[in-house]
Design a protein around this ligand. Structure first.
Ligand SMILES: Cc1cc2nc3c(=O)[nH]c(=O)nc-3n(C[C@H](O)[C@H](O)[C@H](O)COP(=O)(O)O)c2cc1C
Length: 215
């Protein structure tokens, strides 16, 4: 079985989407006869090549991050161009993988609803929507927590290769908690703000203007 990965992150090869979908593909390809190829649709050449194969038999895995509570414009463009295959996808199975920087599953919940609708509109068989919370640190961190998520994705790919189903328990763990406990948030948010967003602001000379807001 062929797994085609459509990487819809504007960061392309340097994206977390690549690492995240790669972990799933690793597990999937452990089954003899399975193979995977990835299209970085941020490159127009890849976009066209990928779209040319979108309607072929096999599995299409569309992966993208959440940017500003929505899908990146590139993912939207890809979906709109893939919509030309509407009604001609009977041999194609569809998977979506959507991930966020924030850990709570609430950030991907509306997207999951939309992607379920989208599959119906495309007339494609949807095998499921994989949601991953807290994916931002995956590239920079080798903390056991982040590796655990990648390991879980590999296990998900392994079991999906065998029976074509996404393990519900793994999906739930990957999606993340609905809420971060209040006490943890009180300690964690100031640290994340100072060292995460704060570092970016200082690097870009925006620290002094951090409380700016629209008029
Ligand atoms: C412009 C921008 C906006 C983002 N907005 C959100 C957001 O609304 N919610 C969230 O959880 N993460 C947000 N993130 C974090 C990304 O989802 C996260 O870093 C992700 O791993 C990036 O994936 P990529 O490297 O495949 O593009 C944002 C990142 C960027 C660069």
């Amino acid at each position: 079985m062929r797994l085609r990965i459509f990487n819809c992150s504007p960061k392309g090869r340097k994206s977390n989407s690549r690492l995240i979908s790669g972990a799933f593909a690793r597990g999937f390809c452990e089954l003899p006869g399975n193979e995977a190829e990835e299209f970085f649709v941020a490159r127009e050449k890849d976009m066209e090549k990928g779209l040319a194969s979108f309607g072929e038999d096999g599995i299409n895995l569309v992966v993208f991050p959440v940017y500003v509570d929505a899908m990146p414009g590139l993912a939207k463009e890809f979906i709109e161009r893939a919509a030309l295959f509407r009604g001609r996808l009977s041999g194609t199975r569809l998977l979506f993988l959507v991930h966020t920087g924030f850990p709570e599953e609430t950030h991907t919940r509306p997207m999951e609803k939309y992607l379920n609708k989208l599959a119906v509109r495309l007339g494609a068989r949807l095998d499921g929507v994989i949601r991953l919370g807290g994916g931002k640190g995956i590239k920079v961190s080798d903390s056991p927590q982040k590796n655990k998520a990648l390991d879980e994705l590999t296990r998900l790919g392994q079991s999906y290769a065998v029976d074509g189903k996404l393990d519900a328990r793994i999906l739930e763990r990957l999606a993340g908690p609905s809420r971060i406990p209040r006490l943890v948030a009180l300690v964690m948010f100031p640290i994340v703000n100072y060292f995460g967003f704060g570092r970016e602001m200082r690097k870009n000379g925006a620290w002094e203007r951090r409380f700016d807001r629209p008029l």
